[in-house]
Design a protein around this ligand. Sequence first.
Ligand code: G6P
Length: 472
Amino acid sequence: MSRTLIVSNRLPTKGQRTAEGFTFQPSEGSLATGLGSVYQADGNVWVGWPGLSVEEPAEQAQVTEQLRQDSMAPVFLTEDEIRDFYEGFSNSTLWPTFHYFSQYATYEQAHWEAYVAVNEKFCRAVLELAGPEDTVWVHDYQLLLLPEMLRQQRPEATIGFFLHIPFPSYELVRVLPWGAQLLRGMLGADLIGFHTFGYMHHFLSAVSQLLGLPSHNGQVETRTRTVLADAFPMGIDYGRYAEAAASEAARQHARTYRQALGHTRIVLSIDRLDYSKGIAQRLRAFELLLQRYPEWRGRVSLLMLVVPSRDQVAQYAALKEEIDELVGRINAQYSNIAWNPIHYFYRSFPPGELAALYRLADVALVTPVRDGMNLVAKEFIASKTDQRGVLILSERAGAAQELADALLINPTDTGQLVEALHEALHMPVEEQQTRMAALQALVQQYDVFAWTRLFLDRLTYSKIKQQTLATD
Ligand code: G6P
C-alpha cells in the first residue's frame, strides 16, 4: 500500500530533556497545528526535527523509538546546524525576505552551505523511509531544495511541495544571491502549492524572470518535466475547535476568567513572537483607541498572548523588548485598581484554555503586516458556537482572500485600525451573527481535511497526466 510521507523542518511535537528521559509537547505554528490532525491516517509518517539537539547515538535511538510509536521519524540537527541552517539561512535570510523585511535579512555563505547540507540530510532520511510507490509531501521554506534533491535520486517519485509562508514579489527574490538555486529546488516537485493565487503568480513570475522558464495556466515546462503550481488555502480541523469551545472544560475556564475580568469587553490577540505579526502596531492602535474614545477606558481589555519563538535570532529578542516596554507604558498610564487595559502573557497556552479565551472574546484582533495564511483567524471563527464576536483581520494575511466577512484593515493604518475596533465593539449582535455565520460556513467547508484531499488528489492527477504524456 502506498503511504504519504510528510516532511517538514519541525515535527508537530517538540522534545525536552528531563531527569526521567525525553518528554514531548505539541509544537507551535500553523504548519504543526494545522497538519497535526491528518498525518496519522493510513500508515503515514511525518519526518522532521524534534526541536532539540540530541547528539549521543544512544539518546537518538531512544527518541527515534519514542517518536516511532506516534508515526514520526526524527531528523537530528547538530548545534551548528541549528545555528546556521535554522536560525541562520531559514530564519535570518528566507523568513525576512519572504515577509518583505529585506532590511533584516543577512546573506552568509556559511549559512547557505548549512542550508544545502541540511536539505541533503533530509533527503537521505526520506530515501531511507520512502518506498518507490510512496508520495512525498515536502513542506515550507526550510526545505526549498529538497524536492529537486529527491528528484535526482528518484526520477519517477511523486513529490508535492507546499509553501506555508508568502511567496514574495520577484523584486525581493532577485535580491537573494541564491534565488535561482532555490527556485530550481522547488521545481523538483510535481505540484507546488501556495495559500493564495497572489503568491502563486509571484512564484511563476520569479521562475520566468530568473530561470527563463515561461508558464501557461500554472504549468511550468522545465527541460525534462511539467510542473504544476496552484493555490490551496489551508484550513483547520474545524470540528476539533468547535467541540473544544463547547466542552465543559472550556466553559469552566471561561467562567473563571470572566470572574477575574469583571464586565470588561475582551479583545483577543494570539501570535508567535514575530515581527511579521504586527504586534507593536496593534498595541499602538489599542493605545490610540483609549485616547480617542475615552468611553472605552475601564470597559475593554486587550488579552494578548505572545508565544515565545526563535529567541536566539536578534530581531526577535529586540521585538520582545519593544513589546514589554509598550505594554508597560500603556498599562502604567491607563490602568486603575479595578481594571487593566492589557493582560499580556508571554508563553504558550494549553488547548483547553485557548478554547475558553476564544469563547470569551468579543473581538479577535489579527493584524499581521505579512502572513502566509494565519490560522488563528480561522480558529476564532470555529470556536464561536453562539456566532457572536467580530474578527478584525489584516488584508495582508492570506486568510483575508477568503474571509471577506471579517472587518478587513490595513495593519499599518493605525487610524483605520482604531475605527475598526470601535466599530467592532459597537456592532449589533445581529450583524455579528450574520457575518459569523458566513465565515463559519466557509471555514467549516474548507477544513484541513478538505485541503489535504484537494492537494493530494491534484498531485495524483498531475502525475497521471505526466505519465500519459510521456507514453503518448
Ligand atoms: C511558521 C512556519 C513553520 C514553522 C512555524 C514555527 O508557521 O511556516 O514552518 O514551523 O512558523 O516556527 P519555528 O521556527 O518554531 O519552527
